[in-house]
Design a protein around this ligand. Structure first.
Ligand SMILES: [Zn+2]
Length: 120
């Protein structure tokens, strides 16, 4: 389980744990949609199993975004006097905006790992 999570965060193929899913790493500071390998460079596993496969990753992306918003809230809240200060919202927005490209990659990786063939 620990290895699985380590492989997920290090952008590794779920089948062989060697090939990369995204051409760049999980965290890089570039603009534009992240470039993804169609097949694993090592074991030739097709990442997009069917057209529209990554549509479901959108829901994972939402969950990841909510988790980041909550974490940001709990980190930022002690710096404000009131328990619920409206000035926290722009901070949460900026953090989510900065992490959006990473969120796309992370949600797709999670989606690939969910639908990996675990019976082998
Ligand atoms: Zn592979």
């Amino acid at each position: 389980m620990k290895n699985l999570i380590m492989n997920l965060f290090s952008n590794k193929c779920p089948n062989c744990n060697k090939g990369k899913v995204f051409k760049n790493g999980l965290i890089n500071f570039g603009f534009g949609f992240p470039k993804m390998n169609e097949n694993c460079p090592n074991c030739n596993l097709k990442f997009e199993k069917e057209p529209g496969f990554f549509f479901g990753a959108m829901f994972v992306n939402y969950a990841v975004g909510c988790a980041e918003a909550l974490i940001t809230y709990f980190i930022a809240a002690p710096f404000f006097d009131k328990t619920f200060d409206l000035r926290i919202f722009p901070i949460i927005g900026i953090v989510i905006l900065c992490l959006s490209i990473t969120n796309i990659k992370l949600s797709r990786l999670i989606w690939i790992y969910i639908f990996k063939n675990y019976s082998k």
